[in-house]
Design a protein around this ligand. Structure first.
Ligand code: SF4
Length: 424
């Protein structure tokens, strides 16, 4: 199976108040050392995979530079990353190659560099088309700049664009949110992602909201009900404008286009790898990977997940990776939860069949849904959170809104259940 490659670039021009990613503002001097370290890691991919007993396909059909703000690197640094990736992997002609870019940085020179790197998809962290909302959380762009840059990308032949939006930003109202959605639709971009503002201890705005303070415009953050309404509004408006929801936070136009002789739809191939448990390798700070093991040789592990440290210092100081073996039992669980994120849902029969050959549990080996899930499925169906059609199970619109609650119900059942599926 061709692999997906992820490169994390943890540098930003300024830190957004809501951001809980492992990114920060560093001096430009740090970039060069970081890129050198990335190149070293990419070059030793094969040796590393073999030490873990994992298979690593030589073909890659998706590359994703995220972070952080990858577009902050200079042209030579970006070119070296892509050259090293192409030296280690055979990048298929139809590969999806995405770079996350901060609006306000897409100069003609940067676009030229992206094209030289073979980039064919750009993801823009717009978050809001209302200048006051974007600026209240520390974004440095204005609506007019975003629109100008989208045109510039298109003129350069880079029309495969994603726009990220956040529901629940300070000062957001139903009207202003509708405006951001309408603007997104009016741009005609083929893909949009909508996230609800995350409130946790890992961001300045999150901590301020938890503490009940007023810094970072915290007192202008809409309440949970309003944010939930915004999410529902987004699903409805985007859907009726032809941007079909295919995952909890992701929407794509239904049309297909020809790229390098292959038919492509507009769904993010890279993200689909995560949700469908296809192999991927991540490089850099806070980068996650999952590689399959040969289950004929090792039936205790179906795959191995590993993650790099989430701080630049720890990464540069070569702090060891966190390695998590995935048992066949855990693989079923992962396929179930990740697959449910997709609107198409999961086919329970195929899921159980997929794993039955490598499982000693008689119930799973017999292709049955584990007992412990049956009651959670039934309860969620009754509560309108899941819908079941033959052996296909999927979240309802309400289930997507309350997906964390749905997943928590399954995990709670497992804890008190018969032990057929154990939390890792
Ligand atoms: S640009 Fe993105 S990664 Fe950087 S601080 Fe803002 S939200 Fe975080």
């Amino acid at each position: 199976v061709p692999i997906g490659l992820y490169i994390s670039v943890p540098f930003c021009r300024s830190k957004c108040s809501y951001c809980n990613f492992a990114s920060d503002v560093f001096s430009k001097a740090a970039y060069e050392n970081y890129v050198a370290r990335l190149l070293e890691d990419i070059a030793s991919s094969r040796q590393f995979a073999s030490e873990l007993g994992c298979a690593l396909d030589t073909n890659a059909d998706s590359i994703y530079l995220g972070g952080g703000t990858p577009s902050i690197l200079d042209a030579s640094q970006l070119l070296r990353i892509f050259t090293t990736l192409r030296a280690q992997f055979t990048v298929t002609p139809d590969a999806e190659t995405t770079v996350e870019c901060a609006p306000g940085t897409l100069t003609p020179a940067l676009i030229e560099t992206l094209l030289q790197c073979g980039v064919n998809r750009v993801s823009l962290g717009v978050q809001s088309f209302i200048d006051r909302e974007a600026q209240s959380v520390g974004r440095l762009h204005k609506r007019s700049i975003v629109l100008e840059e989208i045109n510039r990308l298109r003129e350069a032949g880079l029309a495969n664009i994603n726009i990220d939006l956040i529901a629940g930003l300070p000062h957001q109202t139903a009207e202003s949110w509708a405006f951001s959605l309408s603007e997104t639709i009016a741009t005609g971009v083929p893909h949009a992602s909508v996230y609800m503002l995350e409130i946790d201890q890992d961001s300045r705005l999150g901590r301020e909201l938890i503490a009940g303070g007023a810094r970072y415009h915290a007192h202008f953050v809409p309440d949970d009900d309003a944010t939930a309404d915004f999410y529902t509004q987004a699903c409805e408006m985007l859907e009726s404008a032809g941007l079909q929801q295919y995952e909890i936070s992701n929407f794509a136009r239904a049309d297909v286009h020809v790229q390098d002789g292959e038919l492509q739809n507009n769904e993010s191939r890279h993200n689909l790898k995560y949700w469908t448990r296809q192999p991927y390798m991540g490089y850099g700070v806070d980068a996650h990977s999952m590689l399959a093991v040969d289950v004929q040789k090792d039936d205790r592990r179906q795959a191995v997940r590993f993650a790099t440290p989430d701080s630049l210092d720890a990464y540069m100081n070569r702090t060891p990776l966190t390695v998590t073996p995935v048992s066949p039992q855990a693989a079923i669980e992962e396929s179930f939860f990740l697959g449910l994120r997709l609107n198409r849902g999961i086919d329970l029969k195929s899921l159980m069949k997929l794993f039955k050959d490598c499982h000693s549990d008689p119930e799973i080996a017999g292709g049955e849904v584990p007992v412990v899930w049956k009651s959670a499925i039934q309860q969620c169906v009754q509560d309108g959170l899941l819908e079941r059609q033959d052996s296909t199970l999927r979240l309802t619109a309400r289930g997507r809104l309350l997906s964390n609650e749905v997943f928590a119900r399954f995990l709670a059942e497992e804890k008190v259940g018969t032990g057929h599926v154990n939390p890792r």
